[in-house]
Design a protein around this ligand. Structure first.
Ligand code: NAP
Length: 259
């Protein structure tokens, strides 16, 4: 399928690895020029080079923490008037409700709610002026089915989801869509780290921890960054203009719900 976005420009945040990289790669395959961001410059440049070599699109990199105001300003300056925005950043740490302080909540809200909102606030006016735009926020399946130790993440991402629900309906008439992708367990560095800590806690091998996790997913495996990226690219395509303010779960069936 021709996604109809060849020659468009996208900002993909937190995209040197994992799900962000999957989105960048799929958009590049559709002919989209990219502005990529991550904190570590080396991995970021390696990813940019991999994408240029694979798809021949123009790729600009801006290293920096997207949750920090100064780095975000530099990213936005490089992005200019992009047509597509994919927001992403690392999630808050796990913990226990009784330990979380006001400062912990402020940090989580800053990273996983106010950062994507700041990016949208900066870029949506340019999209609405042009009469076309796409925003995809990477959130989490925990918005639909809470993961108890990730209370900071559950709270911040649900706040972002509420913002998107209203704002997406305000910009839709200008040809701009905003949607959220909710990943369940995907094969990225992050999941490998989670397997290692689960293995340590239960005194089992990481392979056994993986089998345990797979048993909880009807698809019997993790998702891949490429599958995730393909869903993102479709939401950014010309074919997805009527998909507005949705939260799409990519979890192999792990959340056991009828709708
Ligand atoms: P990952 O494999 O660890 O990749 C994270 C990417 O984001 C890296 O390129 C990292 O590069 C960059 N990054 C992280 N924090 C950043 C920041 N503050 N500013 C700029 N770049 C940043 O992680 P992932 O698995 O793709 O996860 C992406 C998001 O999806 C996270 O919020 C995660 O909580 C959420 N999620 C993932 C899963 C899953 O199964 N993978 C499930 C549910 C939710 P640098 O470290 O160099 O900055």
């Amino acid at each position: 399928m021709d996604l109809g976005i060849s020659g468009r420009r996208a900002l993909v945040c937190a995209s040197s690895k994992g799900l962000g990289k999957g989105c960048a790669m799929a958009l590049a395959e559709a002919g989209v020029d990219l502005v990529l961001n991550a904190r570590g410059a080396e991995a970021l440049e390696a990813t940019a080079e991999e994408i240029r070599a694979a798809h021949g699109v123009d790729v600009t990199t801006v290293a920096g923490d997207i949750t920090a105001e100064d780095a975000r300003a530099a990213v936005l300056e490089a992005a200019g008037d992009v047509d597509i925005l994919v927001t992403n950043a690392c999630g808050p740490p796990p913990g226990m409700w009784s330990d979380w302080t006001r400062d912990d909540f402020i940090a989580a809200l800053d990273a996983n709610m106010l950062t994507p909102i700041a990016l949208m606030t900066a870029l949506l006016p340019k999209m609405t002026d042009k009469g076309w735009g796409r925003v995809v926020n990477i959130t989490s399946s925990s918005v639909k089915a809470p993961i108890a130790p990730l209370g900071l993440s559950n709270s911040a991402r649900t706040g972002l989801t509420g913002y998107v629900a209203g704002t997406s309906r305000q910009v839709a008439k200008f040809g701009v869509t905003i949607n959220n992708l909710m990943p369940g367990a995907h094969q990225t560095d992050r999941i490998v780290a989670l397997e290692q800590s689960a293995a340590k806690a239960q005194n089992i091998t990481p392979e056994e921890a993986r089998k345990q996790r797979w048993a909880t997913i009807p698809a019997g495996r993790y998702g891949t960054a490429a599958e995730f990226g393909a869903a993102c690219a479709f939401l950014c395509s010309v074919h997805a203009g009527f998909i507005v303010g949705q939260n799409i779960l990519l979890d192999g069936g792990a959340v056991n719900a009828t709708i």
